[in-house]
Design a protein around this ligand. Sequence first.
Ligand SMILES: C[S@@+](CC[C@H](N)C(=O)[O-])C[C@H]1O[C@@H](n2cnc3c(N)ncnc32)[C@H](O)[C@@H]1O
Length: 252
Amino acid sequence: MILEAIQYTSTLPVTPKPFRPHIRSSVNLWARAGRCAKDWASHEAQCQTFIRETVSGMKERRTAVVLGSGLLRDVPVEFLSRAFDTVVLVDLVHLASVRLWLSAKRIRNVTLISRDLSGYDDVLAGRETEPLGFLRQVPWLDLVISANILSQIGVGAARRLEASEAADAADVVPKLVAAHLDGLAGLPCKTVLLTDTRYRVSDRSGAVLEDSDLMGGKTTPAAARSWPWTVAPFGEESRDYQIVHDVIAHAR
Ligand SMILES: C[S@@+](CC[C@H](N)C(=O)[O-])C[C@H]1O[C@@H](n2cnc3c(N)ncnc32)[C@H](O)[C@@H]1O
């Protein structure tokens, strides 16, 4: 609790004002990642391996952008920093501990940007949305990695809509998921998509209590690799059930 309070208060001044409401959920993610480190390790390693393997086949390595960089757990940032001239990390929030770690490691060619990558405001206003359109302004772009952010765009939007009742999540989430997938597919560079697509809640006997899609019904590109990710092991949300997500990795 004390460490979480320190994370929160030290992240506050380094986060642009419009993004400060998101600090709490980044701190919660950080705390959960610490508690579940053992159960998340295989997922994180597989994400990192997929990124390394994709980069190893690339000749041009000027700028790489990571969408949903967050805690830098599933992103091999030291490797990317060595492989590329410039690395741009984009997320709603980068915690003070992440910033401290980057400077302790003397990783100097990495830029951190706070940005809402969802397109939520456009969709709610009934406008066409192109949340990845800003990537057209990034010079020498050779790689874009969507790092386990896509499902969270939908989850975040559903949470906001639950509180505001401004629209039905069933109408909004598919549009946000499609905008992200179309945005990635339209980029004139190498792209990596890492995302959880479904989750299952099961009890200790193995009985499935809930099985839900995280992609708003949209089809994701064919997986080059897939694996389970125990997001909430027994004891995390309840001693009686666990939550396991299906993850896919795709490169184009
Ligand atoms: C499961 S975490 C990804 C973890 C991260 N790739 C890592 O290596 O630790 C999802 C990330 O997506 C970010 N996120 C969720 N919604 C977002 C949005 N609308 N715009 C930008 N980032 C968002 C969260 O802040 C969080 O860091």
